[in-house]
Design a binder for this molecule. Structure first.
Ligand code: NAD
Length: 509
């Protein structure tokens, strides 16, 4: 399919702008390799100008009565529903996420917006009446100012949903840097925000690479930075923000386990592995990557997995009849091919080789690697330890659930893990002992619903804050506590009794 070439623009203080330094990177359709546009590689000056615009918008925006701010979130929700297909197509083109999955991603953001529309209930503070004579205590959740956010290439819509509705709904303003590899969603989404009348400067978009982010570290107008990306990037941002004491919410990389017990519902499990391991060509933070199978069913499992994996069709992400689209770039393809080579060298059995897959004529130049399965993998092999971010599965044999739990515990990452079993003892043990942030039972992907927080632990999360749910409210607000003595203007207030030590300490401080 041919696409009209597009020049991506920044959006600062209500205006669509070309990048003044004139530097642009080509934007490609990974399904074909074809150049479909160009993305600004914005300068630090441009990044700072966006922060200045957000800072200028902040006093007016944060002073807006809460119901009026919520009005904008309701309009945002409706605009997304009305434009769901267009938004999904934007992701299917530049990120080459299969169109069905792209629709799913946009649908999930709409659910997140429903959750964000409950901010008036979630942002309520606390009051303690009568902490001493005529003195009350009150906790309020206040906005902080300007937040900045950085997105990975693989969830351009979802990460918008995790950051922006919660940040601005709680009264902050925002600067957002999409990935240069998937900027189209935000181009469309920002226009929808303009169309609903969001005041200028409340949300600003700056495209580019790390330079854009590095401009925020020493900027005193920036209250905090959030990222969804790889762990090295999360650590780099933590370091930059740590120096200047900014708040951070940093979700990192992953290496997720699936544990198959002897009573696993086999058909359901295989179906889920195909979706979870090969969906988005394995480029998901919740993709199944390591599969620990108990010895009793190991041979049967491998046979079934190979049978199901070998005939999956690859092709253009916009074609609903193909199962799997491409990787994001030629660089990503090279990286995955290199891991396949490493896996072979390390002694694992390459039971299904996805290099050189069969492709439609129009997709010969796309960045495809087909489903790949290694068996006889051991937990210390590089392919079992590192995030490959491609459709490559590593199958390992374990003696019992304890062996699988030990592998999970010893792994540096801790994003998600799932178990397939019908046994409630295994289920409860797994929920209690799997050392990860998100757990699934008989589901391939354990993404929590927007009402609950989303995020890993260990190397998959830098710092403490997770996205979604009440965690998002905590991140985008600060707790302030007021101690209020009520004084009767006519002077007849009951005076504090000297014997009342609580009152004495309040008066003293
Ligand atoms: P990445 O870390 O390369 O880039 C993410 C973003 O950070 C991009 O916008 C990039 O321009 C920017 N960036 C890169 N290096 C930077 C630096 N040194 N300083 C500041 N900014 C920098 O990640 P990616 O390849 O775009 O996305 C894939 C990664 O994201 C995988 O590791 C995946 O597991 C992770 N991810 C995690 C989750 C989660 O929920 N934990 C969700 C989606 C993706």
């Amino acid at each position: 399919m041919a696409y009209e070439s597009v020049r991506i623009k920044n959006h600062i203080n209500g205006e669509w702008l070309d990048e003044s330094n004139g530097q642009y990177a080509p934007l490609r359709n990974p399904s074909t390799g074809q150049v479909i546009g160009e993305v600004p590689l914005s300068s630090q000056q441009t990044s700072s100008a966006a922060v200045a615009a957000a800072a200028e918008a902040y006093p007016g925006w944060s002073a807006l009565p809460l119901p009026k701010r919520m009005d904008y979130l309701f309009k945002m929700y409706q605009a997304m529903k009305d434009n769901q297909e267009d938004l999904a197509i934007s992701i299917a083109v530049d990120q080459a996420k299969h169109i069905a999955e792209a629709r799913g991603e946009v649908g999930r953001v709409i659910e997140i917006l429903q959750m964000a529309c409950t901010i008036p209930a979630l942002i309520q503070g606390e009051t303690v009446q009568g902490i001493a004579n005529n003195i009350n205590g009150r906790l309020i959740k206040a906005p902080l100012g300007v937040f900045c956010g950085v997105a990975p290439f693989n969830f351009p819509a979802l990460v918008f949903g995790w950051f922006i509705p919660f940040a601005i709904g709680t009264g902050n303003t925002f600067v957002y840097k999409p990935s240069t590899e998937s900027p189209l969603f935000m181009q469309k989404m920002m226009q929808l925000l303009v169309d609903i009348g969001l005041p200028q400067g409340v949300v600003n978009i700056v495209h580019g690479d790390r330079q854009v982010v590095e401009a925020w570290y020493e900027d005193e107008n920036v209250a905090g930075v959030c990222l969804v990306g790889s762990t090295p990037t999360a650590k780099a941002i933590a370091e930059g923000c740590g120096r200047s004491g900014k708040k951070t919410m940093l979700l990192g990389g992953a290496k997720n386990f699936l544990v198959a017990m002897e009573d696993a519902p086999m058909d359901l499990m295989i179906e889920n592995i195909l979706m979870s391991g090969y969906g988005s060509a394995g480029q998901r933070c919740l993709a199944v990557s390591n599969i620990a199978v108990v010895a009793e069913i190991y041979d049967e499992f491998v046979e079934r997995l190979l049978e199901a994996s070998k005939n999956l069709t690859l092709g253009d992400a916009m074609d609903p009849d193909v199962f799997m689209g491409p990787l994001i770039s030629s660089h990503a393809k090279e990286k995955v091919m290199e891991y396949i080579r490493i896996g072979e060298e390390s002694g694992a059995t390459l039971a299904l080789d996805g290099r050189n897959p069969t492709l439609p004529a129009a997709n010969q130049e796309g960045y495809f690697v087909g489903p790949t399965v290694f068996t006889d993998v051991t937990p210390c092999m590089q392919i079992a330890r590192e995030e490959i971010f491609g459709p490559v599965l590593s199958v390992m044999k374990v003696g019992c659930i304890d062996g699988a739990l030990r592998m999970i515990r010893n792994h540096e990452m801790g994003n998600g893990a799932v178990i397939f079993t019908q046994n409630s003892y295994y289920t409860e043990k797994f929920i209690n002992e799997a050392d990860v942030g998100m757990i699934g039972v008989n589901v391939g992907i354990c993404a929590p619903h927007p009402y609950l927080p989303f995020g890993g632990i260990k190397g998959s999360l830098v710092g403490n804050n997770k996205v979604q749910g009440k965690d998002a409210i905590d991140f985008f607000t600060q707790n302030k506590v007021a101690t209020v003595r009520v004084v009767n203007p006519k002077g007849s207030n009951t005076q504090a009794k000297p014997a009342d030590s609580n009152v004495r300490s309040c008066v003293a401080s």
